[in-house]
Write a protein that binds this ligand. Structure first.
Ligand code: ZN
Length: 350
């Protein structure tokens, strides 16, 4: 996690999810600053980093009064102490471990006090959906009448579990899974910063395998650097994804080579390969093929896969493999759902 911490976004321009960046720029340069922000979205998409950037912008010593400049300077005492996690007026609470009424009561007492050194007291509450009902009720009272100097940034991976009364008091920012090119951009920032060169193929493979998480992608990059991994194949082996490639498997399926397909599955199961990863790889590839069919250029999609299936077949296969993925969770023998689904597909006419 060293690199993830080192290359955490420190200003709005570093945020790779474009809609979030634009909405934050707009919100923070408006004269009407909200008292409560809700950052909702999957893990590893940069919610906490964005929360700290908001705290910096609100308290940066270089931003005085009304201004259109909405980036933190990252050099003043305030910015530096937020980066270091030691600013007195910026408090991070992990609701997964502090779920209760006591913590929120304590917060309600202390929030009345004026900030020690900054302009705003900023409370960042992570995994806020974990709070108990009583704690939510207490929080709601504060959100209804917040002191002028108080700002809340609530972050959650499960916004649907939060009370509407809380949500309606917040300006919501939807973090989504990062796209492959957004992850590629963030990885390039790390490699440039470290002064290392990594093959574009490897970067692309990481970006696909990270499945929308900047954090997972950066962890994989860290492994690539520490183990000096220099090819896609070695990367897949290092991450336990060392199976027949999703592309060649789809080609076997196109030719209805059911015997070879079954043999491949048996071999993978025998090697202890997690078939959920394999099926996920296939679904990711089918997804790229589908987008490519409609003219959305997909980096890393090889020419011989582009015309392999019609868009209708691709949609059907996505259905088949999604179903297999569901069934894998409950299968007594993990290879069975995959085998039966593919036998059915190959025996189907047409
Ligand atoms: Zn500053």
């Amino acid at each position: 996690m060293v690199l993830y911490r080192k290359y955490r976004p420190q200003k709005l321009a570093d945020l790779d999810i474009e809609e979030v960046r634009q909405k934050l720029e707009k919100t923070l340069s408006s004269p009407y600053l909200p008292h409560a922000y809700l950052f909702a979205g999957p893990k590893g998409t940069g919610k906490t980093s964005a929360a700290r950037i908001v705290a910096k912008i609100l308290n940066c010593e270089k931003i005085k009064g009304k201004t259109t400049q909405v980036e933190p300077c990252n050099r003043c005492d305030s910015c530096l102490s937020i980066t270091g996690g030691r600013h007195f007026d910026v408090l991070e609470i992990d609701a997964a471990s502090n779920r209760g009424i006591e913590e929120i009561r304590d917060l309600r007492e202390k929030i009345k006090l004026v900030p020690v050194s900054g302009k705003f007291k900023v409370y960042i509450i992570d995994e806020v959906h974990m709070l108990t009902t009583e704690a939510f009720n207490a929080l709601l009272k504060t959100l209804e009448e917040p002191p002028k100097h108080a700002v809340f940034v609530l972050a959650t991976t499960e916004a649907e579990r939060m009370p509407e009364t809380i949500k309606s008091r917040c300006v919501t920012f939807s973090f989504r899974k990062a796209a492959v090119n957004e992850i590629t951009n963030s990885l390039k920032r790390v490699t440039a910063g470290e002064g290392v060169k990594i093959d574009a193929d490897i970067i692309n493979e990481i970006a696909v395998m990270a499945e929308g998480s900047f954090r997972d992608a950066t962890k994989m990059l860290e492994q690539v650097l520490s183990e000096k991994i220099d090819s896609r194949e070695k990367l897949r082996a290092a991450l336990g994804r060392d199976s027949v490639s999703a592309g060649s498997f789809l080609k076997l399926l196109k030719d209805k080579q059911i015997k070879v397909i079954l043999q491949t599955i048996v071999t993978m199961a025998g090697q202890g390969i997690d078939l959920r990863f394999f099926v996920t790889d296939i679904l990711n590839l089918l997804h790229s093929m589908l987008l490519d069919r409609y003219g959305l250029e997909q980096a890393g999609l090889s020419a011989n896969l582009k015309g392999l299936y019609t868009s209708r077949e691709i949609s059907e296969l996505i259905g088949v493999f999604s179903q297999v993925f569901q069934e894998l969770k409950f299968a007594s023998r993990p290879e069975l759902p995959l085998e039966t689904a593919l036998v059915a597909w190959c025996e189907k006419g047409g």
